[in-house]
Design a protein. Structure first.
Lengths: 147, 539
């Protein structure tokens, strides 16, 4: 848990004192600063989303994009996201979690959970002899002659 | 590492005479010759091995991992992906992963990260698998193993396989498919169990090479205690990536073969898939990137039901898990608390001598003994100890003791389904037996019989057994002569053929002599006597 012991204001910079993390200088502006982008900025163009792409997106995300409005909204979303290209990221390592400076906690190898079959199966629509029942999965095509 | 050279025979273009030339052979490529119907093809195989870590609880939850437990009884809320649950990493699983990476000579990443791999399947409740794609626990690595492929060479060969990486990941649940009622039954007991995925470079060219590697890997994992390596129980699973190409060209399109739960099936599946790909390419068709299953009934690989396009796993960093820190005592930074770090020193010290190291050491120590015999001894720790006890006093021929132990002794133990460690024969008993064999008291053919009797009557002395069953070798030349004469008398037709020079007939009458005396004599002496007698008859 991040414990903030001291939060010192030093002009536009803050110094964060923390038990688990070394002191860091953070440059966060005191007042929010908007930068309005002109439409003709050098942003990548959004290509028309093809039928195959729509099908693939539907399969990957299990969503339905079954009308023009949905595809238009998606195109707008991509256009908005493209504005991020304006930000200069040279020399900056990508952030993948705000916990990047902590170390993961390691639990001792003991059995402390499980044995709650009833609760685990409780929300399932269909069960059979303690199994979850699901639609048939991706299985190999059976050969005509068995055995 | 320099490419190996091979002596290849060429015919001189002018005079047609054969000459040998040493040529460089590209590393790790072997040529499939006329066996495969036409011009030469090269095959390339890479393996992905999933080894289940031996731990009490699962990788990210505290559920038990026992084999064959009641259905869905070892499932916590996290395993069932109930909302509001979070992963908590298991220390023992990390230690097992690190120990394995050290034993396989990988470079340990001091900081490794977890990722999510997304795909939809009923046995994956969360819709993603927590794995380590970007920064795994171990990178690189090497395994030395032995390949014994009689179709390629009479002697076994040692080879080295290079590894890409070793990573920790979750296992998925188990599904049973009901074709008739069009449904799948899901058991989540296995969901969340820790796996080590060991990915190899495409360093293999035949099914037997892959088998040699997997057997070596099994032994290493069992010795360091991180995985019990039982393919039949699902603790070790292998997927093979296979492609073929013409020599000198780039790698071909590869297919992935899954559902290989024994080494034998893996070899069969790989051989079949190579042949299938060659056949398709020679017919002018293209190979599609796909996943195939191995059908044990037909011995063929078959395509899966949905012909999917290239799967997009949409990898993303796992936001619920901070990075994993692994250091040794020297490199440990000061500010990391002890319950959040794994130290490699203790783990490295606990790795015993690995099979390849043992083989190398023994080969240097006992220069006379062949690689096959050494490999057999190394495979069985108690047999090795037994062997070293027998030769300790230096009175006996090391090579012959090893041969006797690894052939007839091991063979008789196997016949009664006994392991070397359970053998009732003491080292002294064996020494006595060996001396009797060396003194020619019993014939070579009788060795196995006497051993079998010794195992079934462990309290009797060897000499008494031989006495009681009258298994002494027949050495008197007169006795051998009369045996031969008897067989000659009863087999006139074979005798005529032998006199005419037919080798098969001669071998036949000699073997009948052996049969007549229950193998209690020396075959060379019988052949000598027989030749003399046949000559006498002719004159």
């Amino acid at each position: 848990m991040l414990k903030v012991n001291c939060f010192v204001l030093l002009g536009r910079q803050y110094l964060l004192y923390n038990k688990h993390v070394h002191t860091k200088v953070i440059t966060v502006p005191l007042v929010s600063t908007w930068n309005n982008l002109k439409n003709s900025e050098n942003l990548p163009k959004v290509p028309k989303i093809s039928k195959e792409q729509v099908n693939q997106l539907e399969r990957l995300g299990l969503v339905e994009l079954n009308n023009e409005e949905a595809i238009d909204r998606l195109t707008e979303a991509i256009k908005t996201a493209n504005q991020l290209h304006v930000v200069v990221t040279e020399g900056v390592k990508p952030l993948d979690t705000v916990l990047e400076n902590s170390a993961v906690y390691l639990r001792e190898d003991e059995v402390i959970e499980g044995n709650c079959k009833k609760e685990v199966l409780m929300n399932a629509v269909k069960t059979e002899e303690d199994y979850f029942v699901a639609p048939p999965g991706n299985i190999p095509l059976k050969s005509k002659n068995k055995g | 590492m320099a490419a190996p050279m091979r002596s290849v025979a060429f015919a001189c273009k002018f005079c047609g005479r054969e000459y040998l030339q040493n040529i460089y052979v590209a590393r790790n490529r072997s040529l499939y010759s006329t066996k495969h119907q036409s011009s030469k093809w090269e095959s390339v195989i890479g393996l992905e091995v999933h080894a289940q870590i031996s731990s009490e609880s699962k990788l990210f939850s505290g559920s038990s991992t026992k084999f064959a437990a009641p259905i869905n009884s070892q499932v916590s809320f996290f395993d069932a992906a109930i909302p509001g649950t979070l992963p908590v990493l298991n220390r023992r699983c990390v230690e097992a992963g690190v120990k394995t990476a050290l034993a396989l000579k990988s470079k340990i990443n001091q900081v490794s990260k977890f990722d999510r791999k997304h795909y939809f399947y009923a046995d994956l409740p969360t819709g993603y698998q927590i794995t380590q794609q970007r920064e795994p626990i171990g990178v690189g690595g090497q395994v030395d193993f032995i390949v014994f492929d009689p179709t390629v060479s009479k002697e076994p060969m040692t080879k080295t396989a290079n590894l890409v990486q070793i990573q920790l990941e979750q296992d998925s649940g188990k599904s049973l498919h009901d074709d008739e009622d069009k449904k799948s039954l899901i058991d989540l007991n296995r969901a969340g169990i820790a796996l080590m995925e060991i990915v190899t470079q495409p360093d293999f060219t035949t099914g037997e090479e892959a088998a040699g590697f997997v057997k070596e890997l099994q032994k290493i994992l069992q010795i360091i205690g991180t995985c019990d390596g039982k393919m039949s129980e699902g603790s070790l699973r292998v997927d093979a990536n296979i492609s073929v190409n013409k020599p000198g060209e780039a790698y071909g399109t590869r297919t992935e073969v899954k559902n290989l739960n024994s080494i034998r099936y893996m070899v069969k599946a790989i051989e079949y898939e190579i042949k299938r790909q060659i056949k398709e390419l020679e017919a002018g068709n293209k190979i599609t990137t796909e996943t195939r299953n191995f059908d044990v009934n037909t011995g063929k690989t078959i395509a899966m039901r949905d012909k999917e396009k290239v799967l997009d796993y949409r990898f993303m960093p796992e936001p619920n898990l901070p990075p994993l820190h692994i250091y040794n005592s020297q490199s440990l930074p000061a500010d990391i608390p002890s319950d959040r770090v794994v130290l490699t020193d203790q783990l490295q010290n606990n790795i015993p001598e690995l099979p390849s190291e043992k083989r190398n050491r023994l080969q240097k120590k006992y220069e006379d003994i062949s690689l096959v015999t050494i490999a057999t001894l190394v495979n069985d720790d108690s047999l090795l100890k037994y062997f070293e006890e027998v030769i300790k006093d230096g009175k006996r021929n090391v090579k012959r003791v090893a041969s006797l132990l690894t052939h007839q002794y091991l063979g008789q133990l196997k016949a009664v389904e006994m392991h070397a460690e359970d053998s009732p024969l003491s080292v002294e008993d064996f020494k006595e037996f060996y001396d009797i064999v060396e003194a020619d008291v019993i014939s070579t053919e009788t060795i196995s019989k006497v051993l079998a009797l010794m195992l079934s009557r462990p309290d009797s002395k060897v000499k008494d057994i031989i006495e009681k069953e009258n298994l002494y070798q027949i050495t008197d030349p007169e006795d051998i002569k009369s045996l031969c004469k008897l067989i000659i008398k009863n087999n006139p037709k074979l005798v005529r053929s032998s006199k005419r020079g037919k080798v098969a007939a001669f071998n036949s009458i000699c073997s009948r002599v052996m049969k007549e005396c229950q193998g209690k004599t020396n075959l060379d002496k019988v052949e000598e006597t027989m030749v003399k007698l046949l000559k006498e008859e002719q004159s």
